[in-house]
Every structure is written in structure tokens, then in C-alpha cells.
Design a protein around this ligand. Structure first.
Ligand code: TRP
Length: 331
């Protein structure tokens, strides 16, 4: 286990459900990129996790995983600095999942608030698989496998972190100290608006992809939500409720103050304001698009990156499992 001077070990994961959008970027990816310099990072494509709620999408998972890697690499995750890997390629996760499943009660999993919310939102009625209920156990295996001390997550994942800690404690109590109890590093992000002003989310269709082409960016920004009370350019606007203004603050901060002032004074119309923003956003994401395109043009290199990261993850996983086997006297 690391001492106080060595960097903390971090693990986080994302489900590969399609190309990443601005909400994923500001809510997680951007934070991961800066963490690479201060922590020993493991970032995982959580492909098995997709099966828990979207079994019908199984055939899309592989392509989505590659797209996720491209978005990651384009945005600046660095395979030299961080271990980037695919969950399903490290079979040890399934073994640890089985073992941890013995460390938690069924009732405790049923009381998990994130689970209850998902059931409500997905309208799943009685059709809940055993794997879906046990999803936090798989997540605990992901985290404990790398002996992670810190896990960057959004607030919705805090109950899963608590469950992970409970499973780690139970294992340690029964078999001796093997697992550190991981701390959540809560990613603080004000809810990031989509094109309709509601929280950006793929399921609402109000998202803009981080790798969107300049044409797509313009096409999505043009009809986006602004202050609904501002009907004419001569009406003063309220930038505080305008998605465009939030995007200025994020992607063109140097132009934000002037934008707000001109909006309030009815000096700048929404159409001009949007076109100016589109130009800034195109520029903001240009390096990402270029890097992404380079990796996309070289599938063999991408294969090698995925393979190398997965090998590093496997080596770490094998070490943890050796400790687990030793502690339990089985396996
Ligand atoms: N459950 C996370 C989500 O839905 C993804 C995930 C899987 C994860 N395994 C993880 C996050 C381990 C942090 C640590 O977003």
C-alpha cells in the first residue's frame, strides 16, 4: 500500500453508450484529464455494466467502446500516464464480483437509492435482472481490484461508493486486511445545459458531441434555448437563464462578460450571439477533433493502445487476486 508521499491510486469508469457529449466532458472527462498529473490513474470502459440496463444494445458495445477510447484520447487522456482499459478484457473482475457478492445482503442492494431511481426512470416494472440488482457489486470489484484509494464520480454514484466500502470492510473483517476503503472525489459541476436548456443528456436528445464537426456545432447551436422572454433584439435579455451564455462561460470565458452586458443592454441579438459562440466552440474543440481524427485514421495503433492498457490492468488485477486467494485460502 502506498505511503503518504506516493500518489494516490484512482479508478473510475464510464459506460460506453455512444459518443461523449459536452455534459460528459464537463462532468467527468475534463476532471480525469487534470487528475492524470497528480494521481496514479486507472480509467475503465465499463462495457459489462451496459448489459445491466441495455441488454438489447449488446451488439453495439464494441464499437461504442472504440468510440469512447477515441473521445478519451482526443480529449487528452494519455495512455502513457494512465492505465486505460476495457473491463470485459480483464476477466479477474468477474471472479472478484463473485466473491464480493457474498459480502453484501440482498436487502442492502434493494435499498440502494440509485437503483430505486433507475427502476423508476427506466420504467422497468417487475423486469429487473439479478445482474442489475448486483451492479454495485460489479462496480465494487472494479474499484477494489486496483486497490483504489480515490474514485472520481458524480453525486449519483455516492451510494455505490458506500456499498463498495461496506464490502471492503466485510472482506477485511473476515479474511484480513486486503482492501483500502476508497474515498469518493465528487466531481462538482453545476448542471450543464443541453440545447433545450434542460440538463444535457443523451436520452433527452439535447446533447452536442465533443467531436461534433463545425457544421454540426452550428446546426445544433442555432435553434438552442435562450431567454424565452426576449422576442426581439430590442428587448433586454437575461443571460442567467440562457444556455448559450452558460456555454460562453465554459468555452469562451474571455468573451462572457461582454456577452452578458450586451445581452442585458439589448445591444446584441441572439442570432449574432450564437454565431459568435459557434466560432469559439469550433476553435475550443479543434485540437480534440484533430487528435481524435489521427487515432481514428490508424485503427491498428488504437488496437495497440487498448491492448497495452489492458495488459497493464491485467497485471495489477492478477496481483490483487493473488492477495485475495492467499487471504481466503481458496482460488
Ligand atoms: N457506474 C458508473 C456509471 O454508471 C460507471 C462505473 C462502472 C464506475 N464501474 C465504475 C464508476 C467504477 C466509478 C468506478 O457512471
Amino acid at each position: 500500500m502506498s505511503n503518504s508521499t506516493s500518489p494516490k491510486t484512482v479508478l473510475s469508469g464510464m459506460r460506453p453508450t455512444g459518443r461523449l457529449h459536452w455534459g460528459n466532458y464537463t462532468g467527468a472527462l475534463e476532471n480525469w484529464i487534470t487528475m492524470q498529473d497528480d494521481y496514479t490513474c486507472h480509467f475503465m470502459v465499463a462495457d459489462w455494466h451496459v448489459l445491466t440496463t441495455a441488454l438489447d444494445k449488446a451488439t453495439e458495445i464494441k464499437q461504442n467502446s472504440r468510440d469512447m477510447y477515441l473521445d478519451w484520447l482526443g480529449a487528452g487522456l494519455d495512455p502513457e500516464k494512465s492505465v486505460l482499459f476495457v473491463q470485459s478484457q480483464v476477466k479477474e473482475h468477474s471472479e472478484l464480483y463473485l466473491i464480493l457478492a457474498m459480502m453484501i445482503s440482498k436487502g442492502r442492494l434493494e435499498r440502494n437509492p440509485t437503483f430505486k431511481e433507475q427502476i423508476r426512470d427506466l420504467n422497468m416494472g417487475g423486469e429487473i435482472s439479478y445482474g442489475h440488482l448486483g451492479y454495485p457489486v460489479l462496480q465494487a470489484a472494479d474499484i477494489l481490484m486496483y486497490q483504489a484509494q480515490a474514485v472520481p464520480v458524480g453525486e449519483d454514484q455516492l451510494p455505490h461508493l458506500e456499498l463498495t466500502r461496506e464490502m471492503a470492510r466485510k472482506f477485511n473483517r473476515v479474511f484480513g486486511d486486503v482492501f483500502p476503503e476508497p474515498e469518493p472525489l465528487v466531481t462538482k459541476f453545476a448542471r450543464f445545459p443541453g440545447t433545450d436548456g434542460k440538463r444535457m443528456s443523451k436520452s433527452l436528445g439535447n446533447h452536442i458531441e465533443i467531436a461534433a464537426s463545425p457544421e454540426e456545432i452550428v446546426k445544433k447551436i442555432k435553434p438552442a434555448f435562450t431567454d424565452p422572454a426576449r422576442l426581439r433584439k430590442s428587448d433586454p435579455g437575461n443571460p442567467d437563464i440562457c444556455a448559450i451564455y452558460t456555454w460562453y462561460q465554459k468555452f469562451m470565458p474571455e468573451a462572457a462578460a461582454e456577452t452578458a452586458a450586451e445581452c442585458r443592454a439589448a445591444q446584441r441579438g441572439c442570432v449574432d450571439c450564437k454565431m459568435k459562440l459557434a466560432g469559439g466552440v469550433v476553435e475550443h474543440f479543434a485540437p480534440l477533433r484533430e487528435r481524435r481524427a489521427e487515432f481514428e485514421a490508424d485503427p491498428k495503433k488504437l488496437d495497440e493502445i487498448i491492448h497495452a492498457g489492458t495488459e497493464r490492468a491485467r497485471a495489477a488485477a492478477a496481483q490483487t487476486m493473488a492477495k485475495v486467494h492467499d487471504a481466503m485460502g481458496i482460488g
